[in-house]
Design a protein around this ligand. Structure first.
Ligand SMILES: Nc1ncnc2c1ncn2[C@@H]1O[C@H](COP(=O)(O)OP(=O)(O)OP(=O)(O)O)[C@@H](O)[C@H]1O
Ligand SMILES: [Zn+2]
Length: 462
């Protein structure tokens, strides 16, 4: 059995052969740490988490190196720090910038942990690799691929004849379709920034081109090189990063390192959407992972919903999907409660090896559940990071809601006679507050625990 992945570079599903099977190397572009992650930001993390789990299963725990960076050089981080300083916060601006990044990284860890995403082997912060970024920029200048002008350093896109190969577009097409900035310090509007000057009061680093800071793209090229080498196996991110970010990473790395490729496989997830549009900060159509967790949706339910659509397809988050996931997980948790994990079923590995078919793997788990094969269910689920004892926020106490349904029927019957519905309303409210959906019809009362169901809120009421 072999792992196959769709390589964005060839636009084909290819058999995966690691460069070095004793050290399979992955890089995922991480978040810019200026604010809470929205649900869309969690998608690449969960896709890579399953990939990481699958690769460690195939090649061994100590034979996979997974790097995900933090971009902690950013105007919005600086803006928050400045606002805090102006509001009288203690410490230098530099301290406040650092404080903001640390705070956001803490949130990110808490949120992704709650989704059961394993921590990567390395989580470099851009600010720790500025020396390497300056070095790489200097190499590009020395080779004629970049030039310095007015405190800026720019990459000369027309010098790299393979530019555009990843997205399969010509430079001219890309210029036509992109918002490329024309600036007096650019030889060509297509050229992109490797280094730019920094204001005196903002964070900056000394460089041969004056005090400044790195551009976003060079950050990933330098961190990937430092931790994974000149060429590595799989590079990923959302497909919104293909152009220009990944195209620029390839240009920088290949030209600086004299290589034909940066990564052998480029893996891109499709977008999480809201009414047909990418969920994004700039469109304002987002909610955060924390919003959902705070509403009582267990991390495991979020994870299940995200994995129920193949990573190369766009998807929506819906309440209905969350309800269904919660129902399934509650059932599976009940089945596997006292079960020892069995051997990992081949069917799960085979399905995931077919381009990370997570939806297919969930269908396999449904089959194990239907057949009452609790050992395979638990073992198979572990590769997807599900049914894990460490996943919190999840009430697995099996409550019998039937006594509440009886109670509600009784009070309702009484209220029909007295015409005083206050007791009915009170009980209904208590159930709703505990995350139970109350359905009343003339045929009776039906109670359905929702994704945010919290059994502890019903204690002492029956
Ligand atoms: N709606 C989405 N669905 C799936 N992945 C997404 C979505 N939005 C962003 N991503 C991915 O999240 C990761 C982190 O991206 P980044 O920090 O640049 O996001 P951001 O700038 O906070 O988000 P936005 O794109 O909303 O402005 C990237 O891999 C990006 O491709
Ligand atoms: Zn990147």
């Amino acid at each position: 059995m072999h792992l196959h992945l769709t390589n964005s570079k060839s636009r084909r599903k290819e058999r995966f052969e690691p460069i070095d099977p004793t050290n399979v190397r992955l890089y995922l572009c991480g978040p810019t740490v200026y604010d809470r992650a929205h649900l869309g930001n969690a998608r690449p993390v969960l896709v890579f988490d399953v990939l990481y789990r699958l690769l460690t299963h195939i090649y061994g725990d100590d034979h996979v190196t997974y790097v995900r960076n933090f971009t902690d050089v950013d105007d919005k981080i600086n803006a928050t720090a400045l606002a805090r300083k102006e509001a009288g916060a203690a410490g230098s601006l530099e301290d406040l910038v650092h404080e903001r990044s640390n705070e956001t990284i803490g949130w990110y860890h808490a949120d992704m942990d709650a989704l059961g995403a394993l921590r990567p082997n390395h989580e470099p912060r851009a600010t720790q690799y500025v020396t390497q970024m300056v070095e790489m920029t200097q190499i590009l200048i020395d080779k004629g691929f970049a030039y310095a002008k007015d405190g800026h350093v720019l990459f000369r896109v027309r010098e790299y004849d393979r530019y555009g190969a990843l997205s399969g577009r010509s430079v001219d097409d890309m210029i036509a379709g992109a918002r490329v900035e024309v600036a007096p310090f650019k030889e060509d509007p297509m050229d992109f920034v490797l280094w730019k000057p920094s204001d005196d009061e903002l964070p900056g680093w000394d460089s041969p081109w004056g005090r400044g800071r790195p551009g976003w793209h060079i950050e990933c090229s330098a961190m990937a090189k430092a931790l994974l080498g000149d060429e590595f196996d799989i590079h990923g991110g959302g497909n919104d990063l293909t152009f220009p970010h990944h195209e620029n990473e390839i240009a920088q790395s290949c030209c600086a390192n004299d290589t034909d490729r940066m990564a052998q496989v480029w893996l891109h997830n499709e977008m999480l959407q809201v009414e047909g549009k990418k969920m994004s900060k700039s469109l304002g159509n987002f909610f955060t992972v924390r919003d959902l967790l705070d509403k009582g949706v267990p991390g495991e339910v979020i994870r299940f919903v995200m994995l129920s659509t193949h990573y190369r397809k766009p998807m929506d988050w819906t309440e209905k999907k969350a309800e269904e996931a919660a129902t399934t997980l509650r059932k599976w948790r009940a089945i596997t409660q006292d079960t020892d994990t069995g051997p990992i079923p081949e069917a799960i590995i085979a399905t995931l090896s077919d381009d990370l078919n997570t939806a297919g793997a969930l269908a396999e788990l449904h089959r194990f559940a239907a057949a009452g094969d609790a050992g395979s269910l638990k073992a198979g689920a572990s590769v997807l990071g599900l049914l894990d004892d460490t996943l919190g926020g999840w009430d697995i106490v099996q409550v019998d809601l039937s006594s509440f349904a009886d109670q509600l029927s009784e009070v309702r019957a009484k209220a029909m006679e007295t015409k005083d519905f206050s007791e009915v309303d009170k009980l209904k409210q208590a159930l709703t507050d505990a995350g139970v959906e109350v359905r009343m019809s003339k045929d009776g009362v039906e109670l359905v625990p929702g994704a945010g169901f919290d059994a502890s809120k019903l204690e002492g009421m029956a």
